[in-house]
Design a protein around this ligand. Structure first.
Ligand SMILES: C[S@@+](CC[C@H](N)C(=O)[O-])C[C@H]1O[C@@H](n2cnc3c(N)ncnc32)[C@H](O)[C@@H]1O
Length: 230
């Protein structure tokens, strides 16, 4: 078996696509809830997507004429190459950066964006960096801007170890659409890379950053979508 990182990343990405297509992380419900926010916004929008992956969700959320500018950042160049292909139908200015989301936000012009969007990526960051992300999001957004956050969140008072145990038990016993090898891959990723916060902690980070309206749009087990406005 090859240990080449690109091959490994492709394999993991393939498993994630299977997770999405079987709706194991509730992308369907979350996308429907988030889409209601965009239906109410007149375009064209300046949009930044933190941890954008292959950006395939954008096609489900926005019509081509709703997008003026799209900045997607991700740590994976493979994902960004896929994103470029997926974003072809949009006539918008597309800027894709292979960089950490906090560095990209820090370089963003103040008050520039209408939407900051991040889906299933923030939980990879340490706690202090998450607060910094909220602070930089507030700075990068105009006064009528919206931050949409989709992520896994621990139950209130639930310690990380307890979360890992319960989430991984759900993967083991309920994610039957995946092969045993794929389920192991997912569980290993969760043990090594998932550092989710409780929703109340993220709401506090948002308020510290100057967001005054904090609304939950959807919750399906540990999978949540929130909208934050100044
Ligand atoms: C589970 S995928 C989600 C992709 C996409 N946003 C979605 O919802 O389908 C998480 C993505 O976040 C990226 N990521 C993780 N940590 C990051 C960081 N610090 N800065 C930017 N991207 C990051 C990963 O490379 C990966 O593509």
């Amino acid at each position: 078996m090859s240990a080449d990182p690109i091959t490994i990343f492709r394999k993991t990405w393939g498993t994630y696509q299977k997770v999405i297509s079987h709706n194991l992380m509730f992308h369907r419900e979350i996308t429907a809830a988030v889409a209601t926010v965009f239906e109410r916004r007149s375009g064209p929008l300046r949009f930044i997507d933190l941890g954008c992956g292959d950006a395939s969700h954008i096609l489900k959320l926005l019509k081509p004429d709703q997008l003026a500018e799209y900045c997607g950042c991700d740590l994976s160049q493979f994902a960004l190459d896929e994103a470029r292909k997926n974003l072809e139908p949009f006539g918008a200015v597309i800027n894709l950066c292979c960089n950490d989301m906090l560095s990209v936000l820090r370089q963003a012009t103040a008050n520039h964006y209408d939407i900051v969007y991040s889906s299933y990526a923030l939980h990879h960051l340490p706690t202090e960096a998450k607060q910094a992300v909220f602070t930089e999001c507030r700075r990068a957004l105009g006064d009528n801007g919206v931050l949409i956050l989709v992520d896994v969140m621990r139950d209130e008072e639930q310690a990380r170890q307890e979360y890992l145990y319960r989430y991984n038990r759900a993967v083991r016993t309920q994610w039957e659409a995946l092969t045993p090898d794929e389920r192991n891959q997912v569980q290993e990723h969760i043990r090594n890379c998932d550092f989710p916060e409780c929703a109340s902690t993220l709401e506090q980070f948002a308020r510290n950053a100057g967001f005054t309206t904090c609304r939950r749009l959807e919750k399906q087990t540990w999978h949540e979508a929130w909208r934050f406005e100044a």
